[in-house]
Design a protein around this ligand. Structure first.
Ligand code: KG4
Ligand code: ZN
Length: 361
């Protein structure tokens, strides 16, 4: 692998990292925009782009100072994400790679999350990916299960509406807990009763591995309105808020993990991984760890600092992509805001395989 500078600007974190030839982390810098977006209860795309523009030159300069040797390659997130925000990172990376005369590799954001459990921040090399693995990516924009077999990725199930993180953010917003909502709900849930509030756990017909969060989210929001708990937040420390947080968290985690038993039966994985911002969730981590212990299957979780968006995972995904022979032309590389993640030419095949998994053909 090559010593790599990784750049991530798909949403509200400007993140830059340097990994050595073994995938060990030499620099990991992050400029969070949370305080900029917090008053709006969500990410404001135009503000995000502007903040990336301000932060990136500074972050890259510092990352290069921390790196022990000169950079040999640049990896950058090209999508999915906010187009304007992505463009800032993509143009910066392309110009940098062009100027230094080093290869540029375009990275899919989800591919970054998928490799994040292989990395740590203690200077150890990246571990190789297990041959057969099941992997959950649950973030603010995505919630999907993948089968990973000898490096190939196949989507087995996904959310049909909201992403898990998005539903945490919505419920937190209505409670006045600020943005992002996942960490706040996680904290409150530790002191609440997960059985206290009955919430629906919808199942989708003919799609046993897909999930839906919108009904669950709406029921929680209705419950908040009915009890006049809108904006009740932390300060009130009301028992009901903590109970709702615990009940909601428990319902989301149950939905996410429900396909696991059957997927494990079918795929016999050597390891089960979870990544993305929601993989920082305490209950999800505990439940997965218990499941692994009961079934004798290794559980791979990213260190908490690498669950949310970061440059480390993008640098490593780029290293692996480059190793498999791909480079991108810095004059042509572009942001792909909406593109659904699929390896080139694989979409039809993946859909066919998924319907076969579901017994639809
Ligand atoms: O991966 P990420 O940084 O960004 C996307 O790619 O979307 O994920 C951010 C999401 C947010 O929705 C945030 O509320 C959620 O991850 N999140 C959590 C926790 N920490 C972050 N959700 C539940 N529990 C947490 N501890
Ligand atoms: Zn992400």
């Amino acid at each position: 692998m090559l010593r790599t500078l990784g750049i991530e600007t798909s949403c509200d974190e400007s993140a830059v990292a340097v990994l050595d030839r073994d995938g060990a982390v030499e620099a990991n810098l992050l400029s969070s925009q949370i305080t900029v977006h917090a008053p709006y209860g969500g990410v404001v795309p135009e503000l995000a782009s502007r903040e990336h523009l301000k932060a990136l030159p500074y972050l890259v300069e510092h990352a290069l100072e921390e790196a022990l040797e000169p950079i040999e390659m640049v990896a950058v997130t090209v999508g999915p994400g906010l187009v304007g925000a992505l463009l800032v990172g993509v143009r910066f990376a392309a110009a940098f790679a062009w100027g230094k005369g080093v290869p540029l590799v375009a990275v899919d954001h989800l591919e970054g999350h998928l490799v994040s459990p292989l990395l740590d921040l203690d200077g150890r090399p990246a571990r190789p990916e297990p041959e057969r693995m099941l992997a959950l990516v649950a973030s603010g924009g995505h919630s999907s299960w993948y089968a990973i077999e000898s490096g190939n990725r196949r989507c087995l199930g996904r959310t049909r509406d909201d992403a898990a993180g998005e539903s945490f953010d919505k419920v937190a917003q209505i409670l006045g807990l600020g943005y992002p909502g996942g960490p706040a709900i996680d904290e409150l849930a530790r002191h609440g009763d997960p059985q206290a509030v009955p919430l629906p756990r919808p199942r989708l017909k003919n799609a046993p591995f897909d999930f839906s969060f919108s009904g669950l989210k709406s029921a929680a929001v209705r419950w908040v309105h009915d009890r006049d708990l809108r904006g009740a937040g932390f300060s009130s420390r009301r028992r009901e808020v903590r109970d709702l947080a615990a009940s909601f968290e428990s319902a989301v985690v149950e939905q996410l993990l429900r396909p696991l038993d059957e997927l494990a039966e079918r795929h016999r994985p050597q390891a089960v991984a979870a990544s993305g911002g929601v993989a920082a969730n305490t209950l999800l981590r505990d439940r997965l760890t218990d499941w692994g212990a009961r079934h004798g299957v290794e559980i791979l979780l990213p260190v908490r600092a690498l669950t949310t968006d970061n440059g480390v995972m993008i640098a490593h995904a780029g290293q692996l992509t480059h190793q498999s022979g791909r480079v991108d032309d810095p004059r042509r590389v572009d942001a792909r805001g909406r593109e659904v993640w699929q390896p080139p030419g694989m979409r039809k095949q993946a859909d066919r395989l998924r319907s076969r998994e579901m017994g639809e053909d």
